[in-house]
Structure formats: structure tokens, C-alpha cells
Design a protein around this ligand. Structure first.
Ligand code: HEM
Ligand code: HEM
Length: 186
């Protein structure tokens, strides 16, 4: 797949590599689905069958995110990011950098905290009904509670940063009409 495309002014745009774009959108779908299901589950009574079934899907999506971030991070560190044709300006540049860094931190922290919550609590670690992930932690209710709190506050941060991230991408595309979204389109 080509890593360059053109906008109406015929300015060539350097896009992220196809592997980076694919991983970005795959993870975006997985994480937004995990967030939505997690949020819905937090309103359901613990122990009811619907919540258990949804949490199994939630955990499967979360573990998928953990697996994908292990591939994505080294790829990002080795491939870097494409240069902008038109610089964004210092403020936008630093804001984008900070937000992306925060997203990467949360994409590592959230699945790890989720895994720790379930593993230390002695709960299931399913992957779409196909197999169980190994439980590497001893039963520890204190650790389960701490990890669950980190998971909950991490989720609040993720709601905020992902919302800003999506709004920023739309603002660049529809208001500033610049190259930012096109760099990431498949
Ligand atoms: C990107 C990955 C993940 C995201 C964005 C995410 C997000 C969320 C959200 C928004 C909630 C509801 C708020 C809360 O009660 O904490 C939640 C709950 C939960 N998540 Fe995750 N999660 C992820 C990964 C995981 C993983 C990998 C597991 C376990 C293998 C997991 C297990 C749980 C459990 C057990 C709950 C219910 C917690 C409770 O009732 O105290 N999550 N998650
Ligand atoms: C509809 C949803 C989304 C849209 C429209 C979107 C759009 C974009 C765009 C346009 C970029 C490139 C920014 C630039 O080149 O300066 C980008 C980068 C990025 N996005 Fe998203 N995104 C979405 C969802 C998500 C989600 C859910 C996450 C993770 C939780 C995420 C994490 C990232 C990260 C970490 C980068 C930086 C990539 C890098 O430099 O390695 N995105 N996104």
C-alpha cells in the first residue's frame, strides 16, 4: 500500500506506514468497544448473567489491545512518524505530542490494570470463548481492589483524552482542512 496520497492542491502527503495505520484503526475499534462495554457493565448489578457475558467480551477485547500494543510500540519506536508538509505550529505540535504520549500510556496501563484486577481476584481471563490467558498472579484481594481503582480512574482519563483526540482530528479535517487526518486514513 502506498504511503503517500494527494490533496486537492496536489500537495503530496506523507502518511503513516500501512502497518501503523492498520494497527491504529484496529486498536481504535477494539478500545472504543472495550470502553463502551466497560461503561455499560458499570451500571449493571454485579453477578447477573448479562454482566458476566459482557465482561467476558470486554476482557477479550482488552487482552486483544494488550497483544496489539506489544506489536505497535516497537513499530512506532523504529518507524517514527511522518513529517508534516505544513508545520502545525508549536502549540498544536506539543499538544498533539502530549496527547499521543498519554494515549500510549493509557493503552498500556488499562489492559494491565484490567488483567491484574481479574488475575489477582482469581477470575476468568477468557479470549472470545476460545481459550483462557494464563493467570500469572497469586490470589490477592488487596491487589485486586487497587488494580480495579487504577482501571476505573484510567477509564475516566481515557474517556477524556480519546474524546479530545477525536474532536481534534475532526477539527483539523473539517475546520482547518489540513493533512492531519489524511496521514492516518487507510
Ligand atoms: C484497553 C483496554 C481496556 C479498557 C479501555 C477498559 C475499560 C473499562 C471500563 C471503562 C470499565 C468500567 C469502569 C470500571 O468499573 O472500571 C472497565 C471495567 C472492567 N474491566 Fe476493563 N478495560 C480494558 C481492559 C480490560 C482487561 C484486559 C480486563 C481483564 C482481563 C478488564 C477487566 C475489567 C473488569 C473485571 C471490569 C469491572 C471492574 C469492576 O467491576 O470493578 N478490562 N474496563
Ligand atoms: C474515530 C476515532 C479516531 C480518529 C478519527 C483518530 C484520528 C487520528 C489521527 C488523524 C492521527 C494522526 C495524528 C497526527 O498525525 O498528528 C491519530 C494518531 C493517533 N491516535 Fe487516533 N484516532 C481515533 C481513535 C483513537 C483511539 C481510540 C486511540 C487510542 C486509545 C488512538 C490513539 C492514537 C495514537 C496513540 C496516535 C499517535 C500515533 C503515532 O504517532 O504513533 N486514536 N489518530
Amino acid at each position: 500500500m502506498s504511503d503517500t496520497t494527494t490533496i486537492t492542491t496536489d500537495t503530496p502527503i506523507t502518511r503513516y506506514r500501512s502497518s501503523q495505520r492498520l494497527l491504529h484503526w484496529l486498536m481504535a475499534i477494539v478500545i472504543i468497544a472495550a470502553l463502551a462495554i466497560g461503561l455499560y457493565c458499570s451500571y449493571l448489578t454485579p453477578g447477573i448473567p448479562l454482566r458476566r457475558a459482557l465482561l467476558d467480551i470486554h476482557k477479550s477485547l482488552g487482552m486483544t489491545a494488550l497483544f496489539l500494543i506489544v506489536i505497535r510500540l516497537p513499530l512506532r519506536l523504529s518507524l517514527g512518524e511522518p513529517a508534516y508538509q505544513r508545520p502545525l505550529g508549536a502549540f498544536n505540535h506539543h499538544a498533539a505530542r502530549g496527547a499521543h504520549m498519554l494515549l500510549y500510556i493509557l493503552m498500556i496501563l488499562m489492559p494491565l490494570a484490567g488483567y491484574t484486577t481479574s488475575a489477582a481476584g482469581g477470575h476468568d481471563l477468557p479470549w472470545f470463548g476460545l481459550f483462557q490467558w494464563p493467570n500469572l498472579l497469586p490470589l490477592d484481594k488487596g491487589l485486586e481492589r487497587t488494580a480495579a481503582e487504577i482501571h476505573e480512574y484510567g477509564a475516566y482519563c481515557l474517556y477524556a483524552v480519546v474524546s479530545l483526540h477525536i474532536l481534534a482530528a475532526l477539527w483539523h479535517h473539517f475546520v482547518r482542512k489540513d493533512e492531519v487526518l489524511k496521514r492516518m486514513l487507510l
